[in-house]
Design a protein around this ligand. Structure first.
Ligand SMILES: NC(=O)c1ccc[n+]([C@@H]2O[C@H](COP(=O)([O-])OP(=O)(O)OC[C@H]3O[C@@H](n4cnc5c(N)ncnc54)[C@H](OP(=O)(O)O)[C@@H]3O)[C@@H](O)[C@H]2O)c1
Length: 238
């Protein structure tokens, strides 16, 4: 049984990952208190409410976790936010609302800063224990800009660049890191941003469990084997 932190575990992909890894000591993190409690209680996991875009909340949460856990075997960064809209569409009410600069900042702070902050906070713990594994739920939008979602692309490509830039240093400390990059997934991700996609498009996406199975595959590899980046898509939405 490994000690595994999962962010964004209240809903969607993070919840599916928690369910598939429930035979481990899970430490679930999310900003959505109500759903986090439900997810954690259903599988008897520990949970911490934490906004990963806030460095002080991260520091407090990890400090509390360290009281109960001597090691962190794996960190899974899954929390993320959606944002869409070309610059030329910004005057349309739906995009204007979604792209208020305050919200743009929150997306960048969650998708890029949150991922970087979780890794930099956990790194000294993994370095000290002499091993570790990090899995980031990135995106097809972190690999290419087609179709373009400029701010979301910038956030996911930024997180992807960070992973590429640190993977060698991490490997020298016996810590491996993987970006799992899925295409469209059938979760409430878009609905939460008031940008619900048509049902016929959503129906062609991956199930959250498909992404969780990919994470399980990466998680179960022998420690000496690492996959830097893995793309996963539904053949119906290629
Ligand atoms: N759905 C897709 O099509 C898709 C495709 C490729 C990649 N991804 C990536 O997959 C990951 C999971 O997405 P999902 O589809 O499972 O979305 P989801 O159903 O919206 O779940 C995301 C969870 O993260 C939480 N969260 C958001 N901001 C947070 C913060 N600052 N601190 C802590 N928790 C926060 C959300 O809380 P709230 O409920 O309060 O918002 C929610 O519980 C994301 O990183 C996303 O970018 C999604």
């Amino acid at each position: 049984m490994k000690n595994v932190i999962i962010t964004g575990a209240a809903n969607g992909v993070g919840k599916a990952i928690a369910n598939i890894l429930k035979d481990n000591n899970l430490i679930l993190i999310d900003i959505n208190k109500e759903n986090l409690k439900k997810t954690a209680e259903a599988i008897n996991a520990k949970y911490y409410i934490c906004d990963i875009s806030d460095d002080k909340e991260i520091a407090n949460t990890i400090e509390k976790i360290q009281v109960n856990y001597k090691t962190i075997d794996c960190l899974i960064n899954c929390a993320g936010m959606w944002i869409s809209g070309d610059l030329s569409k910004m005057e349309e009410p739906i995009y204007k609302q979604m792209n208020q600069l305050e919200r743009v900042k929150k997306v960048i702070d969650t998708n890029v800063f949150g991922t970087i902050a979780m890794i930099t906070t956990i790194f000294p713990i993994m370095k000290e224990q002499g091993y570790g594994q990090i899995i980031n739920i990135n995106s097809q939008s972190g690999v290419m800009c087609e179709p373009p979602f400029p701010i979301y692309n910038a956030s996911k490509i930024g997180a992807n660049a960070f992973r590429k830039a640190v993977q060698n240093d991490l490997a020298q400390n016996n810590i491996k890191i993987t970006d799992v990059c899925p295409g469209l997934i059938q979760t409430d991700f878009y609905k939460r941003a008031n940008n619900e996609l048509p049902e016929k498009i959503m129906n062609n996406g991956l199930a959250p469990e498909d992404v969780a199975n990919t994470v399980r595959f990466v998680f179960d590899l022998p420690h000496e084997i690492t996959i830097p980046s893995i793309e996963v898509r539904s053949i119906k939405n290629y």
